[in-house]
Each structure stands twice: as structure tokens, then as C-alpha cells.
Design a binder for this molecule. Structure first.
Ligand code: FES
Ligand SMILES: [Fe+2]
Length: 440
């Protein structure tokens, strides 16, 4: 999109407003890939996606196609999906088991699951030309760095920068601690496969929406009202409370005051957290059973501590939105300035009652899946925002003025004064500006 190229970074990103080119300009998008997606840590998947040697999943870091694999020695690896011979994609399927080796479909070079060369047909053709079995140039390239936190695998295409734990920090680590601690075994297991949505909008519009506490009562009003009405009908007809899925939707009708009372927190590197608002501890047999299991594993006090952790969304900037109490996450894969893919995954808490999984599944289907009325309404807003922003006329700015200048910063953590404060957007853009200016 045409915009004044003389605008400095400070002019594009101000403390309470941002220029629309940050969302809609193709060159800025390319710079985002270079400075943000190829420098920070990006979520690749969960270790349980590749439980056995030879297992692999393909995924992306920006425009780079990557492979998550499990070697014979049980180690998980992240590799570039590119054959070192003439450049073909090694894995064309989304996931599978490669057996003993990745075998290139073009000329059958074979590679171990850690990328090293296993075999090359008619190898004598290389006698006197190159050491194709030993020279690193002929191995599949590994991601510059990869690491795991509690089973969640991240990779970085930059050799420099903070290690994964430093980068996650207290704010983002809490997402994975909260999700895993809810299992009496301290572990989760992915439920394959995921839903995928291609959104016709910039990736930041999706992330900003996750912590936008002003929109639910407006955007999702009709869905929430219909669910609340059905709860009444269910009770009248059966004498019992409707299944929890109805409440998950009815919550969207909460009054503004309630949304405004939730806190949001901003951390370094752009990670942001929205406090919880859903009552997920009814006194039903499933919850009691879950509590008993956790108390047996960790003691009553620790069980209480774990279940009172009250967060709704944790954004691991720029690549993830995690909902720990509902065991799901959405991974953000930017494809172009105006095109973003999100993957919607959910998890089982190992050792927890089946009813807890069913609760997670209900939220997955009712709220996060592509076919829900909730998601359809959000997607329409995302498209509509991007459509407004990509146009040359009509104004240049996106406003983040709500409660600007009132954020409270202490010990590197920024807290909003109200739930509807646009503090999360300001926090994300502060990180964006740092990354785009060459810092990480
Ligand atoms: S391109 Fe892979 S073996 Fe030739
Ligand atoms: Fe929404």
C-alpha cells in the first residue's frame, strides 16, 4: 500500500496509535518475517505429535517450510524441509512416519531423522568430487536453534538471541506450566489433528483480538443470547442444568462492567496475558474427581494453587495464543500481509478424568472451531478491519488510546488499569518496534 516512506519507526508506531501501513504494507510484512519471525522463537508443535522414531510433521516459520521429526535415539529435531541435492521438498505430506529415513522423491537421497545423510544412490559418481556422506553441506539443514519447554517445541532461525526460557520469561512460561500442571502426571498429549483457518487479514489483527475484552459482548452478543436462552429451555424441559458448552457461549453476554474488571498483563518480547473470567470449577462429579486426582498427586494445597490459576489467554508473541484452563492453543502462521493461517490444537491432560477432556472438546467445537458462530463473527471483523486498513484513503491511523498513559509498570510487567484497556495492543507494538528496529 502507498504510504510516506519517510516516516520513521517512531512515527509509524506511537505510544497510542499505529500507522495502517504496519498491517497492510507488503514491504513491512517482509521486514516482519526477517526481524520478528526469523529471529524470535516460533512454535513448531508438541512432542506428542511425533511419539515414535521416524514420525514427522511439517510446519512453517514465516515462508520457510520446516519439519518436526523424532530420531531413532528418541530426540526431537527441527529441520528445513529442503533436499540439499537440488532443493526439492523432502516431506510433501503433512505428517507421517518416514520409517528409517527421509527419502527424497526426486533422486532418492536418504537422510536420518536428524538430517544427516544416510545413503545416496550410485554414490561412486561423487568419487573425487565431494564427500557427500560427511560434508555438512549435503545434510538436511537443522533449524539454527530448537528447544522444548514442557513438551512444547520451539525453533529459531537465528543463531543469536535469548535462549527459549529467557525469551518465554515468567509470563509466557506460565501458559505451559498452567496447562501441564492441571494434569496429575504433569503432562499433556496433543489430540491430532488440528483445525486450520486461512484468515484474509494481517496476523496482528488476530493476536490483538485475543485480548480485546471490549468486543465479546458486542461481536458475540447474538450467539451468547441464543445460548443463554437455550439454557433456560433445557432446564425447563429436563429439570437439569444444560451441558457446560452452553455456558461457554452464554459467557459472551457478560456485561461491560464484568469485562472491564479483568486484568491484562504485558511482558517483555510482547507476551501478554488476559485474566480468566469463566467459572471452570462447578461442583459437578467430573470437577470433584479431577480435584481429587490432583490432590492425590500434589497435595490439597498445591491442587488449590493449580486450579486457582486464573488466566484466559496467554499470547506468546508473535506465534501463539494459549488457553491453558481449556487445554488449547492457536498457532499463528503469517502467509502474507493480508493472509494468515491459524492452527487450532487441543490437548488431553494425562491422567485426568475423561469429563475434563470432554469440556475441552466442547470449547474447541463451540468457540474455537472454524464453524462456530463465535469464530465466524471474529473472522468477519478481521477481514473487515484489514479491508479498511489496506485502502489508501479514509485516514491513516489505528487507535490504541483507550487508557493510554495509565498502564502501571513494575518489575518489567505492565498491568492494565481496566480489562478493556488497549494496554495489550500497546505492549505488543512496543515489542514489534524493538524487533523491527533490529533488537530482539
Ligand atoms: S532433489 Fe532430492 S535427491 Fe535430488
Ligand atoms: Fe471474539
Amino acid at each position: 500500500m502507498p504510504y510516506d516512506q519517510n516516516l520513521s519507526m517512531d512515527q509509524l508506531v506511537q505510544s497510542d496509535r499505529v500507522h495502517k501501513a504496519c498491517y497492510a504494507d507488503d514491504d513491512i510484512f517482509e521486514q516482519e518475517l526477517e526481524n520478528i519471525f526469523y529471529k524470535s522463537w516460533i512454535y513448531m508443535g508438541h512432542e506428542s505429535q511425533v511419539p515414535n522414531p521416524g514420525d514427522y510433521w511439517t510446519t512453517w516459520i514465516g515462508k520457510q517450510r520446516m519439519i518436526l521429526s523424532r530420531g531413532d535415539d528418541g530426540q526431537v529435531h527441527v529441520l528445513y524441509n529442503r533436499c540439499p541435492h537440488r532443493g526439492a521438498l523432502l516431506c510433501n505430506a503433512q505428517h507421517g512416519n518416514a520409517g528409517k529415513a527421509f527419502r527424497c522423491p526426486y533422486h532418492a537421497w536418504q537422510f536420518h531423522m536428524d538430517g544427516s545423510v544416510r545413503q545416496i544412490p550410485m554414490k561412486q559418481g561423487y568419487d573425487g568430487t565431494a564427500d557427500v556422506l560427511q560434508d555438512a553441506e549435503f545434510a538436511m539443514k537443522k533449524a539454527e536453534r530448537y528447544d522444548t519447554y514442557r513438551g512444547f517445541v520451539f525453533a529459531s532461525l537465528s543463531e543469536d538471541g535469548p535462549d527459549l526460557l529467557t525469551w518465554l520469561g515468567q509470563g509466557a512460561k506460565a501458559a505451559f506450566d498452567d496447562i501441564c500442571n492441571r494434569s496429575p502426571e504433569g503432562e499433556v498429549e496433543v489430540v491430532p489433528n488440528c483445525f486450520r483457518i486461512i484468515q484474509k487479514s494481517n496476523w496482528k489483527i488476530f493476536l490483538e483480538n485475543q485480548l480485546d475484552a471490549l468486543h465479546p459482548s458486542i461481536t458475540h452478543h447474538s450467539t451468547g443470547d441464543a445460548a443463554a436462552e437455550m439454557q433456560k429451555v433445557y432446564k425447563e424441559r429436563t429439570g437439569e442444568d444444560a451441558p457446560m458448552g452452553y455456558q461457554m457461549l452464554a459467557d459472551f453476554t457478560l456485561p461491560f462492567e464484568k469485562w472491564d474488571s479483568i486484568s491484562t498483563y504485558g511482558y517483555e518480547y510482547g507476551h501478554t496475558v488476559l485474566g480468566g473470567y469463566m467459572g471452570l470449577r462447578p461442583r459437578d462429579p467430573v470437577t470433584l474427581d479431577h480435584e481429587a486426582g490432583l490432590a492425590e498427586a500434589y497435595g490439597a494445597e498445591r491442587m488449590e494453587e493449580i486450579l486457582s490459576t486464573n488466566v484466559h489467554h496467554v499470547l506468546v508473541y508473535p506465534c501463539l495464543s494459549v488457553q491453558p484452563p481449556l487445554q488449547q492453543l492457536r498457532a499463528v502462521r503469517p502467509l502474507a500481509a493480508d493472509k494468515t493461517m491459524t492452527e487450532i490444537w487441543h490437548f488431553r491432560l494425562k491422567g485426568a478424568p475423561e469429563g475434563i477432556y470432554e469440556r475441552s472438546l466442547a470449547y474447541y467445537y463451540h468457540v474455537n472451531s472454524p464453524s462456530t458462530m463465535v469464530n465466524a463473527d471474529d473472522l468477519q471483523n478481521f477481514y473487515s478491519c484489514h479491508e479498511g486498513l489496506r485502502q489508501a484513503g479514509g485516514g491513516d491511523w489505528v487507535s490504541f488510546h483507550r487508557n493510554a498513559g495509565q498502564d502501571i509498570t513494575e518489575g518489567g510487567v505492565t498491568t492494565s488499569v481496566t480489562g478493556m484497556s488497549e494496554q495489550p495492543m500497546r505492549n505488543m507494538f512496543a515489542a514489534w518496534k524493538k524487533y523491527m528496529s533490529g533488537g530482539n
